[in-house]
Write a protein that binds this ligand. Structure first.
Ligand code: SF4
Length: 292
């Protein structure tokens, strides 16, 4: 298998979530795969060259049980697939982190702002920020790699600038910043959260300047970079990519992992292979640093 065929993908283990973030982009349908079905899906992804899998949701800790989430991550590790858990953290305790620390490669608990009033406006519970920060603190002391995901909306556009110093000082491994875009299936999504391309690029420049020379891996994705480049998988194992039309994300169904081969994915008219490998290739070097 050549180097270029190694890639990362994202799997939404469940559509269920206990939060109501206004910018949510999760899938709204798809029955849970059983643990055995999940192993079959990941075996197939591995055979295609998947070497990093982000387990997301909804809230992934609502998939069957905590023990099965950990078992699946352990299974992936033994197979040679790096894992990232993208969680809101609300179901995690510090003793859960003790169980994750030897099997999970990257723990991602999103923070969009350090301002509690803003996070409530974004639809997150008032307890989110302090709980997420305490988990970050504990995980960091345990030697885990912590990644931050931040969605840029009109609400937190300014205060994200204040996060730069915080991110630098607190040993985050990676900071991924996305430009908000409404998803078509959420028709009630609020267009007033949108930030203009110019405002987003100004923010990009500011954050890049502030983090220049720091050890934090910075990834900043505008709407164009999200277009036709992802391999996203629903709970029941159906691959999608994203298309952007009229400033809204449209999820394009490609096919069921278990019923297709990798060529069906790469040949799909909505998959831009150059972008896919540019943003989602996992070379050995990147794999070592979990960068993908
Ligand atoms: S925590 Fe994630 S899945 Fe849940 S509502 Fe917020 S963005 Fe959506």
């Amino acid at each position: 298998m050549n180097q270029q065929s190694n890639f990362s993908a994202s799997w939404s283990l469940t559509t269920a979530c206990n939060y109501k973030c206004k910018y949510c982009y999760r899938y709204t349908s798809g029955k849970l795969s059983s643990y055995e079905e999940a192993k079959g899906i990941t075996d197939k992804l591995y055979s295609w060259g998947c070497r990093k899998l982000s387990l997301a949701g909804g809230e992934p800790m609502l998939w069957h049980s905590k023990a099965e989430v950990i078992d699946l991550i352990r299974y992936l590790k033994l197979k040679g697939i790096k894992t990232e858990l993208i969680t809101n953290g609300s179901y995690l305790t510090t003793s859960d982190l003790d169980n994750f620390k030897d099997v999970l490669d990257i723990l991602t608990i999103d923070i969009d702002t350090l301002n509690n009033a803003e996070q409530v406006l974004l639809g997150r519970p008032v307890s989110h920020l302090s709980h997420a920060l305490s988990l970050h603190h504990y995980a960091r002391k345990s030697g885990m790699k912590i990644k931050l995901n931040t969605v840029v909306t009109s609400i937190n556009l300014v205060s994200i600038r204040e996060m730069c110093e915080f991110v630098k000082k607190n040993g985050y491994y990676r900071w991924k910043i996305y430009q908000y875009m409404p998803v078509v299936e959420f028709t009630e999504k609020d267009d007033s959260l949108t930030v203009s391309d110019d405002d987003f690029e100004d923010l990009r420049k500011y954050v890049e300047d502030q983090l220049n020379g720091s050890e934090v891996q910075l990834v900043i994705e505008n709407n164009d970079q999200m277009h036709n480049s992802y391999m996203n998988i629903t709970p029941d194992g159906i691959i999608h990519t994203n298309k952007i039309e009229n400033k809204r994300i449209i999820k394009i169904e490609i096919g069921r992992v278990m019923d297709m081969n990798f060529k069906n994915f790469t040949a799909n008219e909505f998959v831009d292979l150059v972008k896919f490998y540019k943003y989602h290739s996992v070379t050995e070097e990147r794999r070592e640093s979990c960068f993908a």
